[in-house]
Design a protein around this ligand. Structure first.
Ligand code: SF4
Length: 397
């Protein structure tokens, strides 16, 4: 597994695979081809199907320069390696000087064709799955926090910034109203929910407000943290802000909980997928819910097995969840889904902590099943906006 810094990325929404990944790729290609006079970028598969709504082309134009760049959408071409393929071509005085086929595989991560999907260039955690991590921790009398700090001694400083960025996104979102961009006429609701919270003081209302706030900020193209992706960026801050304001947790506790959630997200990123284009929304909001559930179980002083069970329940009960964003925008069903998943994380953590801890399906099992289920989903339900809700509503129908 890679550093948590590669999982929690601070950047602009609305999509880690369709906005952040292509932005990173464009920057890398531009730095390699500083002499180029023109660029051509072809987008394949899901990037071509929903790239417009996810602002993929805008981000590429912004980096490479609108006047000298042509972005071409080619939905008819999909590579079996991953549905989010991009071909960058650089020209100097109309002569091609370079080309690069690259894939945005989720959470802003890039891979080249045939690069092993479950290996990363900078692996720093030797354990491969939750079972190995749990065994190592028990044998050495360590917590997940000790384990993370052993491999990433400087991670607290980074996570401090992650926490600040998440809190700022909530603070902006709960005091902003109006219509989100994109033409779907979706009204922001976080401020309305927060006003209700100020009257009813219910934990649920605050949790919905905070998760909505970040998801709406993401849909607006503002700065958020991938947790594990942009589309699912509201779930973890939803519970973190609730724990901060409602349960009066300290920053130290919240930063520690980010390590626990980070381990869960990292395990799925390594052994499964966090890409909606590859496995549907179970890999985005499902994984975010598992991260948040594990974090709550940790904050409630759950054991390493109870933390695992909390994450397992959350992911298991999102199995099969499709990705069918209306008009290719990260708004319907994404925003509301983040709020519901944040509250669901509380239910999953409670269930785990109330149980006797015995469970038949391990977290590692459910990650494998999630990946297989994702591959079994028809492509219409994997971020193409060609199935489900995307067929029933929207302005382009
Ligand atoms: S439906 Fe889920 S996976 Fe698809 S774009 Fe929305 S949040 Fe991402």
């Amino acid at each position: 597994m890679e550093s948590l810094k590669k999982l929690y990325k601070i950047g602009f929404g609305p999509s880690s695979s369709h906005t952040m990944g292509p932005e990173r790729a464009a920057n890398i290609f531009l730095n390699k081809n500083k002499d180029a006079t023109n660029f051509k970028v072809e987008l394949f598969g899901s990037l071509a199907e929903t790239g417009k709504g996810h602002l993929t082309d805008k981000m590429i134009y912004k980096v490479l320069g609108e006047k000298r760049t042509t972005v071409i959408f080619k939905p008819e071409i999909t590579y079996s390696y991953h549905p989010n393929g991009m071909m960058f071509k650089a020209y100097k005085d109309n002569v091609k000087i370079d080309e690069w086929l690259v894939f945005s595989v989720g959470g802003g991560t890039l891979k080249e064709l045939n690069e092993e999907r479950d290996s990363f260039k900078e692996e720093i955690y030797p354990e491969k799955n939750y079972q190995e991590v749990a065994e190592y921790c028990k044998k050495n009398n360590m917590s997940i926090i000790d384990y993370t700090l052993k491999h990433e001694p400087d991670i607290k400083e980074y996570l401090k910034n992650v926490l600040v960025c998440m809190k700022q996104a909530v603070s902006r979102g709960i005091c902003t109203s109006g219509i989100l961009p994109g033409g779907l006429n979706v009204e922001r609701k976080a401020a309305y929910f927060y006003q209700k919270y100020l009257k009813n003081h219910l934990k649920e209302t605050l949790c919905y407000a905070a998760a909505l706030a970040v998801s709406e900020e993401n849909a607006n193209g503002s700065v958020i943290v991938t947790a594990p992706t942009c589309g699912s960026a509201g779930v973890v801050p939803g519970i973190l802000y609730t724990e901060y304001l409602y349960n009066k947790r300290t920053d130290e506790e919240l930063i520690n909980s980010l390590m626990v959630g980070g381990l869960i997200g990292n395990l799925v990123k390594t052994n499964g997928s966090i890409s909606g284009a590859e496995v549907g929304c179970q890999g985005e909001v499902g994984v975010a819910c598992a991260m948040a559930s594990a974090m709550i179980a940790y904050l409630e002083k759950g054991t390493i097995d109870e933390i695992e069970y909390a994450a397992e329940i959350a992911l298991e009960h999102h199995l099969g969840m499709t990705c069918d964003p209306v008009d290719g925008l990260v708004q319907i069903p994404c925003i509301e889904r983040n709020a519901i998943a944040a509250m669901q994380a509380y239910n999953c953590a409670s269930y785990s902590l109330l149980s006797d801890g015995i469970h038949n399906i391990t977290f590692d099992n459910v990650v494998e099943v999630m990946e297989q289920t994702g591959h079994d989903l028809q492509k219409e339900y994997r971020e193409t906006s060609k199935g489900g809700l995307a067929l029933r509503c929207g302005i382009k129908k």
